[in-house]
Write a protein that binds this ligand. Sequence first.
Ligand code: ADQ
Length: 481
Amino acid sequence: MQVLSVTPEIFPLIKTGGLADVTGALPIALAGKGVTMRTLVPGYPQVMDAFKKKKPVHQYPLLQGGKASVHAVQIAGLDLFVLDAQHLFDRPGGPYGNATGADWPDNWRRFAALSQVGGDIAGGAISGYQPDIVHAHDWQSAMTLAYMRFGKAVGTPSMITVHNLAFQGQFGAGIFGELGLPAAAMALDGVEYYGGVGFLKAGLQAAWAITTVSPTYAQEIRSPEFGMGLDGLVNMRSVDLYGIVNGIDTEIWNPETDKHLVSNYTAKTLKARHSNRTAVEDRFNLDRDDSPIVCVISRLTWQKGMDILAAAVDGIVARGARLAILGSGDAGLEGALLAAAARHRGRIGVVVGYDEALSHTMQGGCDAIVIPSRFEPCGLTQLYGLRYGCVPVVARTGGLADTLIDANEAAVSAGVATGFQFAPADAGALLHAIRRLVEAHANPTIWTSMQRQGMKADVSWDKSAEKYLELYRLLLSKRAV
Ligand SMILES: Nc1ncnc2c1ncn2[C@@H]1O[C@H](COP(=O)(O)OP(=O)(O)O[C@H]2O[C@H](CO)[C@@H](O)[C@H](O)[C@H]2O)[C@@H](O)[C@H]1O
């Protein structure tokens, strides 16, 4: 089975968040199941620099304002189609904005171009390649499905995975004329959204199947509270809506072999975590003692509940835990957390920035990871935490509700608990969970059992990849009808 994946990010080439982890891991997980997944990705500088032989398999004299070409290459074990369009993607900064983080004003053009090329490939533009299924991710590639539907690939099954419904790609009606879609597409059941153009909306409308990254989030987005204005459409499409929880790459995230750890370990040699813990204490200027170190590895945003954390920091310290925070994002939240670190020297340490290597060391050395998200489609850091014996403390929402077993009395006595859940997502509930954590941590039998239980949990892609495969098969059977 040939599947074309279309994505704005893919690990290890270009990553701003969990989407890249998923699009990078899924092709590898599916390869063993008879699926060949090729991924169309923009030719950002990081991607273009990763391959030498530049021999295009398809060319555009004019694509959204300039010349473009598509290259078929293999990088880091991934089969890629790279869209080389210098006028759109050859820019410094991140994939969506400049070095200061401001969005590029022509993002609609950049991702319409990516999607148009996705639609063209689905329609047979590259000789010798015909995908059986097209799988798009988030608003940046969602329009692929509209280009398919209003173009040549209307009969090819398509799927969109929503990693975060909050990001929708909404633009003014004025851009429609430049998208190269027929006038009929500017309709309620097409790309039109509240009088403008909605990229994610268009994808949700056109997709043969919609998936999101956990069963709980798939239910939540049907409600106004989590639906972000799209709950009506999501409900309309609920027959075709599926929740498939993310896995993680268990080779990259393996405490036994992880090169970013000072000391490797297994569930049987948990004491070896100690030197990683010392490395975290040094890096975050924390006191050396036996109290639990709770870490945060996150974008610093409202979604991730970082304001809830900021409101709870004094209480966390008062309850006897230390905090190691790695993150970047909202300047106000960065400031609040840095101020907390200044107030509580030795008890709270903050590193502002994005540091993949340090995130591994933290999972391998901290006692717990806290994730107070207001909504969380799946969440990956709790899965890394489980695998590393870094016990997750999470708000009970989305994938955070689906992926761990709360340490209530029954679960603890049955020896199945893997973490702490709290609700609602506010400072009071978070502090109550921290108190439970500190108590559990003081009891080595309970704590070690929770760590080991988490490390036993199946967080690999295997089961989830199987579910994607089932869904691909279902879509193919619909095509045959
Ligand atoms: N400062 C920092 N330094 C180093 N690494 C950092 C970091 N900040 C974050 N990361 C890393 O970035 C990734 C974040 O993934 P998440 O799943 O937590 O959230 P994200 O909101 O990006 O993804 C969206 O898509 C994913 C994938 O579907 C869903 O799991 C999620 O719920 C949804 O919001 C993790 O690999 C984490 O370790």
